[in-house]
Design a protein around this ligand. Structure first.
Ligand code: MN
Length: 490
């Protein structure tokens, strides 16, 4: 089971007049969109993308579903941009992370188009997971530019990929094992351009509350210049897979390299959700992004504990990476199925039903009464004769009558338990029983019988004393002998 906690913040900044960024925070889906396009275009593009993403992912909450939702969002922005002259040319970035259940367990699926970013804080290190789809970053990927040069490159803001500018778009997709204690950061370029990574790392490491961390980062981006809209979503893995030990980079690289060769060897694998998407697996120890493999194969990493998911590289139209789709079945998939949200939900529902069942049984038992015997004494029980699903009947009222006193034909019923619909009904039964006892011609009427009672021998009846009391078989000395087997006074 994976439990996430999140917080977000967004601000227009100190230069712009409109905030074209948009953050999405829900239980399992988080995203940042950075819209662009004159007038109201940027806002509408971001809103259209986020709304479509949310609706489509809700329809299909899976890894494929997330990629599909982004394709759908692209078409929606593209469609609106072409239907309305005022919106022509609008577009948006979209970086989204979603929690999904897979056969291997819960996974975080990360998807990106554009230059908004996703980072992971893991073991104190902040690692950028996404690759900017910008001119500068493409040059870095080709090795023509260093990261430092890219950060100040004049074309660093020019996107090579965005939602809504073409009818189809390639989406980068990653699957990540959600490890307890990991913190994910989604942010627009208004944050990553203003703040150096060590400053972002500091805030994320120091600030426990995700919303507070998001607000601090946005505030700091403003203080650093606030040249652009700044938006942050922080997602914490509160409950997840046990944290993996940190692995030395060299080891991680070896692991990744080994897995890559495996990947090459197993080419006959299922096709990914959408042609053109880049599916990259990420090990908790060493997140591997597409760039780690120059020339364009998908990067693969092996999670020491779980399966390595694999990678598929996409034809990158801008850089011209060779389309070398590869996919490998999970490597070392030995982990048992993990407890997913669905299992948890099932258990909760099951627990509720069991509780409701017990409550019903208790209600039923507590509203059941019967008159029965307790060592020959006639008593009123609450519960069911003989007990019910382990709930023993309990005595609520004792009478002064014994089985020896009542008409003998009633004794078998009393032994079994005479069930009544309510406590009052049970009392009524006892009262009737007492009256029938008192109306008997007893030599020594029981104390509960009215003193005035002077039994007379009804005509045609033999005195009781002349008849052996059948109740004597109960081994109870009768306070007064009673009737015959027909229950009538003898
Ligand atoms: Mn921006």
């Amino acid at each position: 089971m994976t439990v996430l906690r999140s917080g977000s913040a967004s601000d227009v900044g100190r230069v712009r007049t409109v905030n074209e960024d948009l953050a999405l925070e829900s239980l399992t889906l988080f995203a940042v969109a950075d819209g662009m396009g004159g007038h109201v275009g940027g806002e509408i593009a971001a809103r259209t993308a986020i709304d479509t993403l949310q609706a489509e992912f809700a329809r299909k909450p899976s890894a494929d579903g997330l990629a599909g939702a982004i394709h759908e969002a692209n078409r929606a922005v593209w469609g609106r941009g072409h239907a309305d002259v005022d919106l022509r040319g609008m577009g948006t970035t979209l970086t989204a992370v979603a929690l999904v259940a897979t056969d291997e367990g819960d996974r975080l699926v990360l998807a990106n188009v554009g230059d908004s970013r996703a980072y992971r804080l893991h073991g104190g290190d902040l690692v950028q997971l996404t690759t900017d789809h910008s001119v500068a970053e493409e040059l870095v990927a080709r090795g023509d530019l260093s990261e430092e040069e890219a950060a100040v490159h004049p074309k660093r803001h020019i996107l090579t990929r965005a939602l809504g500018v073409q009818p189809e778009v390639a989406v980068d997709v990653w699957q990540i094992v959600p490890e307890e204690g990991d913190r994910f950061l989604l942010c627009s370029d208004g944050v990553s351009n203003e703040l150096p990574i060590d400053q972002i790392t500091g805030v994320l490491s120091e600030t426990r509350d995700p919303r507070e961390a998001a607000e601090r980062l946005v505030r700091m981006a403003n203080q650093a210049g606030g040249n652009d809209n700044a938006t942050v979503v922080v997602v914490d893995v509160m409950v997840g897979e046990p944290p993996s030990a940190d692995v030395a980079p060299t080891h991680a690289a070896e692991v990744a390299a080994g897995a890559t060769s495996l990947a090459t060897g197993a080419a006959a694998a299922p096709e990914p959700a959408s042609p053109g998407d880049t599916m990259v697996a990420m090990s908790p120890q060493a997140p591997v992004v597409p760039e780690t493999e120059p020339g364009g194969g998908g990067a693969v990493a092996v999670n020491g504990v779980g399966p390595a998911v694999v990678s598929r590289s996409a034809p990158d139209t801008t850089v011209g990476r060779p389309p070398t789709p590869r996919r490998v079945q999970p490597v070392g998939a030995r982990i048992p199925r993990r407890i997913t949200f669905r299992v948890v939900l099932f258990l909760i529902v099951l627990g509720g039903l069991v509780y409701a069942g017990f409550a019903t049984v208790h209600w039923y038992v507590n509203n059941s009464y019967f008159v029965g015997l307790n060592h020959h004494q006639i008593v009123i029980y609450q519960g069911r004769p003989g007990g019910f699903v382990g709930i023993e009947p309990k005595i609520v009222t004792r009478t002064q009558m014994t089985s020896a006193q009542v008409p003998s034909y009633k004794v078998p019923d009393l032994k079994t338990g005479v069930q009544e619909s309510s406590y009052q009904a049970a009392k009524n039964y006892v009262t009737d029983l007492q009256q029938s006892v008192c109306s008997l011609e007893l030599q020594q009427p029981p104390s509960y019988c009215p003193a005035s009672t002077t039994p007379t021998t009804p005509p045609g009846f033999t005195p009781a004393t002349s008849v052996p009391a059948p109740t004597a078989t109960l081994g109870m000395p009768a306070g007064g002998r009673v009737g015959t087997s027909d229950g009538r006074v003898a």
